[in-house]
Design a protein around this ligand. Sequence first.
Ligand code: PEP
Ligand code: MG
Length: 592
Amino acid sequence: MTFSIHGLPVARGIAIGRAVLVASSRLDVAHYFIEPSQVVAELNRVRDGRDAVIAEIHRLQENIAHMGPKETPHELAALLEVHLMLLQDEELEGGVRHWIKDRLYNAEWALTSQLEVIARQFDEMQDEYLRERKADLEQITERILRAMRGVSSPLVQPLGRPGRKAAQPELLLDDTVDAPLILVAHDLSPADMLQFKQSVFAGFITDVGGKTSHTAIVARSLDIPAVVGARLASQLLRQDDWVIVDGDAGVVVVDPSPIILAEYGFRQRQEELARGRLARLLHTPAVTLDGQAVELLANIEMPDDAAPAVQAGAMGVGLFRSEFLFMGRHGKLPNEDEQYLAYRRAVEGMRGLPVTIRTVDIGADKPLDESSRDFAHLNPALGLRAIRWSLTEPAMFLTQLRAILRAAAHGPVQMLIPMLVHASEIRQTVSLIDHARVQLDNRGVAYGPIKIGAMIEIPAAALTLPVFLKYFDFLSIGTNDLIQYTLAIDRADESVAHLYDPLHPAVLRLIASTLAQGLAQGKPVSVCGEMAGDVSLTKLLLGLGLRSFSMHPAQILAVKQEVLRSDVGKLEVWAQQILADDEPGRRLAVGT
Ligand code: PEP
Ligand code: MG
């Protein structure tokens, strides 16, 4: 039966495919397709892993048999019996066989997919004892996965099956192997999401998350339709359900009827055509009707994003979120050389275009590791995040500063500091940068000239701009946080997402005054928050004086189209009217 789930639109477009439910704890398992010729080998890998665990349990049972009843609690023997029973369960084995043989999933993915199917059945059981067996099932799956780690796996095929096209609606219902896949999870961390950059998934759905949470930001950078904050989606959907992800409206349609499929299939094709038309603007300079040149830059997460950003039309990188190099490393942070090589790769990837590297912004919804997620503090977004963390870890920070300075020897690099608010933090940061230069001088290591900028993303920073203009060469407005901190709305919390409003007069006035003061002092100011890539705001930002927009590369051409249609002379008057309005959102809806 068709039904729909409403969430928040995050990454545009429409995806139609089969649901793949993944528990958050299983996301580190590799997901890739195998060749039909590898089916037997993959089946054997699971069987060998399972047999190894069975043998391990038998050994444990023998040891127990030699111990006295005092040393071995009765429960342990019973537990091992349960594990043995689950390991030999027909449903587990049959299901895994199905995912490998019929869907060509790799062994680990097949195993965790079937775990989700059976776990769901356990969840629905009335009997508490049986319900609790879910934990045992998870344990044995974990053990099989561990046993399989020793067994080599065929090479990962990161992009899925070659030649795969978006499914046509009329093929959907009987097309099993080639159907696109939609990842469904309760939650995905930004690092998890990044891991899916090269993955087989055509769309994403999560139960939690706000529109500008970092998970959503990474989803947008993947340019794959995504809906977050879909509340119960991971419970309402079943493994393998057909779903439509409408990333434009934030809607998930489950088990769509043929008529709905046809409608969405049509829209999907329309969107592809529209993208094709936009592609013609690739080499057109971004200049308004009245001759104002506008800089369109890319936000990137990894060094290898640089070259595709140039292909997407970026004139430079306005925000390289360097923290993604630090995440998911189990506490082992990248050393100076590793960082230097990464930044250098980004610089070289941009082929002479400028790269703005932001120093690490760890904390709040971007923990170093999932296990280090900050549950101890009530408001981590107000806690030890970004520059605050860097200043408490001077050795780590100096390492990063040296690496960035060294990368600047290979091309134009700017350094951007996140979340500054106090003059004392500014002074400390500046003196650490000087110190990093002295350290490199002492070692005789080459480094390049660098411009230093500050992110304006806390209202207090926007309200004390002169001190920022005194110390920094340029500013970049982080609207995602500026909105969060101005309106006291957790950007990652879907329950208050309706109050997260880029057009709140307070937000617009902070942006406008930052732009005006920067302009008056001849210091460049850009916007690198999500507002910069939102085409419905392009004209307003132009009217407020913005000439430098940094966004996901996938948005660049759409924003360029708006720039080409704009007459800044006319927009300035209109933008001032919007600024004076109590409800700019309503006024904007009426148009220029
Ligand atoms: C912002 O806050 O607008 C920004 C660009 O930084 P981040 O989204 O990484 O916090
Ligand atoms: Mg920010």
